[in-house]
Ligand binder design. Structure first.
Ligand SMILES: Nc1ncnc2c1ncn2[C@@H]1O[C@H](COP(=O)(O)OP(=O)(O)OP(=O)(O)O)[C@@H](O)[C@H]1O
Length: 316
């Protein structure tokens, strides 16, 4: 097991009170597993990714534990987290490719990053060239400024940078969303190749695009309003989801799912609840066509069949 997250609670402190962005999140990630993390906007995907590596000043670790390769990940202690970043856990944040420093050549940026992590660039330069080639980039990119590269090239540079020190866990947050469809696919394929070559042991791939994640991920975890709704092998989530929220999410997809023959596609009616004062009980109950009296209590996340977890009274 690479990663074990247990009852993780991370809140944002705001003037109006605490936003319960992660409110009891529990899941495991096996060695070699690529997990797609899906759910509507605001359900906590980015917060989960960030919590595994760096809490910003407004985020507070309220409870729960994270274990990576059998060791505690001390997310509330920023100093103690420093040695883990890039070496053990690496994050490709949302918009990372647009955040590359425009005044630095790519090579210089990579060297600065390596030195800041206590690694001599010369010790790694051959490996760097090899990995750039692997993602279809000539070593010449090292002499170029970010503005001279296409979006897809920049995203590949960012991927190589994030994984150069072979972290155990890579979190890739919406790394394909600003790219055209064929570039999206090749970036996703490169990430799978990184896992296959053991540059990273396991991966959390955050996305809105369930059909893309279906092609590359081993498992998919669906979040709703700061909690886990369901986690299962990717095929199961697409073909036999058990949580009503997952079922509606899949039905709302044009590319996969069975609703194409059944007529017009529709989104899920309503909006997720606010997380400043989240509702009690099941957080999906107000939008759920299957809700009944029991849903006023919070459903536990249960393993309903091996490797398939769901938090719904109807699936228990
Ligand atoms: N800096 C912040 N201060 C206060 N609340 C925040 C902050 N960042 C996020 N939130 C809130 O935390 C919750 C989870 O947000 P998060 O960005 O993790 O969701 P997400 O699923 O990644 O959304 P998206 O798909 O749009 O990126 C939301 O209710 C959001 O409004």
């Amino acid at each position: 097991m690479t990663l074990r997250v247990n009852d993780l609670k991370v809140y944002y402190q705001t003037l109006r009170g605490d936003v319960h962005a992660l409110d009891g999140v529990t899941f495991d990630l096996a060695d070699g597993e690529i997990m797609g993390l899906a759910g509507e906007s605001g359900c906590g995907k980015t917060t989960l990714g960030k919590s595994l590596i760096r809490l910003d000043s407004r985020m507070r670790h309220v409870g729960g534990t994270i274990d990576l390769d059998g060791k505690d990940v001390p997310i509330a202690d920023d100093d103690a987290m420093v040695p883990l970043r890039y070496h053990e856990i690496s994050l490709i944040p949302q918009y990372a490719m647009s955040a590359l420093n425009p005044t630095r050549k790519i090579g210089r940026m990579i060297n600065e990053l390596l030195r800041s992590r206590g690694v001599r660039p010369a010790d790694i330069s051959q490996e760097l060239t090899r990995r750039l080639e692997l993602v279809g980039l000539d070593a010449d990119v090292l002499n170029r400024f970010p503005i001279e590269l296409s979006g897809g090239m920049k995203q590949r540079v960012v991927m190589v940078m994030a994984t150069l020190l072979n972290p155990s866990l890579l979190i890739a947050d919406e790394v394909t969303s600003a790219l055209d469809v064929s570039t999206q696919r090749s970036v996703a394929e490169s990430l799978v190749e990184f896992r296959d070559r053991e540059y990273v042991k396991s991966m959390v791939f955050v996305t809105h695009d369930i059909s893309l994640v279906y092609q590359m991920a081993d498992t998919i975890m669906v979040m709703y309003a700061g909690r886990i709704a369901e986690k299962a092998p990717a095929k199961t989530i697409i073909n036999a989801p058990r949580h009503p929220y997952t079922q509606m999410l899949i039905s709302a997809l044009p590319e996969v799912g069975s609703t194409m023959e059944q007529g017009r596609l529709e989104g899920i009616p309503g909006t997720p609840p606010g997380l400043l004062n989240p509702p009690t009980g099941c957080r999906f109950k107000d939008r759920c066509p299957m809700a009944f009296s029991k849903c006023s209590e919070q459903p536990p996340l249960l393993e309903i069949e091996p490797g398939h977890w769901a938090a719904c009274w109807k699936t228990g």
